[in-house]
Design a protein around this ligand. Structure first.
Ligand SMILES: *[C@@H]1O[C@H](CO)[C@@H](O)[C@H](O)[C@H]1NC(C)=O
Length: 511
């Protein structure tokens, strides 16, 4: 009985539950149909906030998970990029080794890269070699901050760049004033100290202060003249890597026209010259006479006055960057050398046993348009026709009294003051210069003459080599201090050989 009652009680209970569940489902369906977005409308604040709290909790727990994962990924990335940097370094080192090995073994044919399919040669007079190398692929990652500045400053991917520290503030002012006057906007000062950065800022001159780099900064602060001058090759590299063509400019330059209107852009390096006429600027056959050779007494030599490493246009190509690297590398190692001499040696010396020359295309700028101060003061200011002609720039590279001469150039060419150039001598004052040039010669020659000892052991050195060395070391002195004189050279070396060299040099110089 009890069990039956229990049973019937159970079945009644079960059917009631089933009915309740059925009603529940029915009501649920009706509700779902009537209120598809739920019962609780947004204006009900308490319920809303309860829901928010709930969802926040969910977000919190999930964001906890993902932030952990992010930090894990970050550390992974850091590890990987470290590894990557290490691998890149290894690749660089291996490339260097490869290059050295190739140079050492002289496997010239391995370096010949077939750039194109063999070409059929056209008729006589129509054949032109390849001059203009392709530009490199821009790589912003080498310096994103500089890349950003350059996108703002450069025009058609080119700009004027000058390095300056506080020692040259006064010249820098004449420099950028002349640039602004001409209407050039694409120029940039690489500020080597805070003083010059401030100076640029207050004059609205675009500038770039490098990130601290102890290697470079120590040179910028305390380095000698040559060392600081050599910095530019190192700093320029990044500009080229970022894909920009740079017109590198010293600050002892006055701009009278926009140089970008007068470039050819067909070469890796397009440079102003230290030459002062067609022969010295553009090259000539210098005949060397050695009578005791009789029938063969005349030896023909190729000569050209050096390119001025204070004003050149350099395109972002592989040979250009190789040039910068070569010069930087040589200036970083003893013997200490003058950056302009190194720049020219790397550009011009051909490959020969034990040496692979640079295969770069070069162009000499018109020496009347891109004028050095020797041309101006020795020739142009005395010639009524040449005087009327307006150069693009004038570089006071041959004279130590730079600032007054720069100002005189502005007076003459900009303000039309006809006698502004008159007070200055062609060169510099003999007496004042003497002591200066002695020290100049000493500082220059320590790298090239005295330290390597080639002149001391001159008896064993072939004459051609002597000639080369002499013209090099004396030419070094020339552009930076014109005042170099006979007594100076003799006093420094006090050696017959040097006297002979000196004579040969001045014979060659006197055009
Ligand atoms: C110098 O070279 C220029 C350009 O090549 C030429 O026009 C000029 O006649 C030359 N001057 C002299 C004196 O040879």
């Amino acid at each position: 009985m009890a069990s039956r009652r229990e049973k019937s009680g159970q079945s009644v209970l079960g059917s009631r539950i089933a009915v309740a569940v059925g009603i529940g489902i029915l009501v649920g369906c009706v509700c779902a149909f009537l209120f598809p977005h739920g019962f609780f409308s947004p204006p009900n604040p308490s319920l809303q906030s309860r829901r928010l709290v709930k969802s926040n909790l969910q977000i919190d727990s999930s964001s906890c998970d993902s932030s952990e994962r992010i930090s894990m990924l970050k550390s992974d990335i850091a590890g990987l990029s470290e590894k990557n940097a290490e691998l890149m370094k290894q690749v660089r080192e291996l490339n260097d080794k490869l290059r050295l090995a190739e140079q050492g073994k002289g496997h010239a044919q391995e370096q010949v890269v077939a750039l194109d399919k063999p070409q059929k040669v056209g008729p006589f007079g129509t054949v032109k070699g390849l001059r203009t190398n392709p530009t490199v692929m821009a790589d912003e990652s080498v310096n994103p901050r500089l890349a950003k500045i350059l996108t703002e400053v450069a025009v058609r991917k080119e700009l004027i760049v000058a390095l300056a520290n506080s020692n040259v503030k006064a010249m820098l002012e004449v420099w950028f004033t002349s640039i602004k006057r001409v209407g050039i906007t694409n120029y940039l000062v690489v500020a080597l100290d805070d003083g010059i950065a401030e100076f640029c800022k207050s004059n609205e001159v675009p500038f770039y202060k490098r990130d601290p780099d102890e290697d470079i900064d120590s040179v910028a602060r305390g380095g000698g003249n040559h060392a600081v001058s050599g910095l530019k090759f190192r700093i320029l590299r990044e500009f080229l890597q970022l894909g920009y063509s740079v017109l590198l400019s010293d600050v002892d330059i006055v701009y009278l026209q926009n140089p970008f209107d007068h470039l050819y852009r067909d070469s890796d390096v397009e440079s102003m010259t230290d030459g002062h006429n067609n022969m010295t600027a553009y090259g000539y056959n210098d005949v060397f006479d050695e009578p005791k050779m009789g029938w063969a007494r005349y030896a023909h030599t190729m000569r050209i006055w050096v390119y001025n490493s204070g004003f050149f246009y350099i395109r972002p190509t592989i040979p250009s960057i190789e040039l910068l690297d070569r010069v930087t590398d040589r200036l970083a190692r003893p013997p200490s050398a003058w950056d302009q001499a190194v720049f020219n040696e790397e550009l011009f010396y051909p490959s020969h046993p034990g040496y692979v020359g640079l295969y770069a295309a070069k162009r000499t700028m018109d020496y009347y348009l891109f004028m050095n101060s020797k041309v101006l003061f020795k020739t142009v200011r005395k010639d009524s026709n040449l005087k009327k002609f307006k150069p693009v720039i004038i570089h006071i590279n041959y004279h130590p009294d730079k600032l007054p001469r720069m100002k005189a150039v502005v007076e003459f060419y900009v303000n039309g003051k006809q006698d502004a150039l008159e007070p200055f001598p062609d060169g510099s004052d003999w007496d004042v210069s003497l002591s200066e040039s002695v020290s100049t010669v000493k500082s220059h020659s320590c790298g090239n003459i005295i330290q390597d000892g080639s002149l001391k052991e001159s008896q064993h050195v072939p004459r051609q080599l002597l000639l080369q060395t002499s013209s090099l070391s004396l030419a070094q002195v020339g552009p930076r201090s014109v005042k170099l004189t006979e007594p100076t050279v003799q006093r420094v070396e006090g050696d017959q050989v040097v006297g002979l060299l000196y004579q040969l040099f001045w014979l060659g110089l006197d055009y």
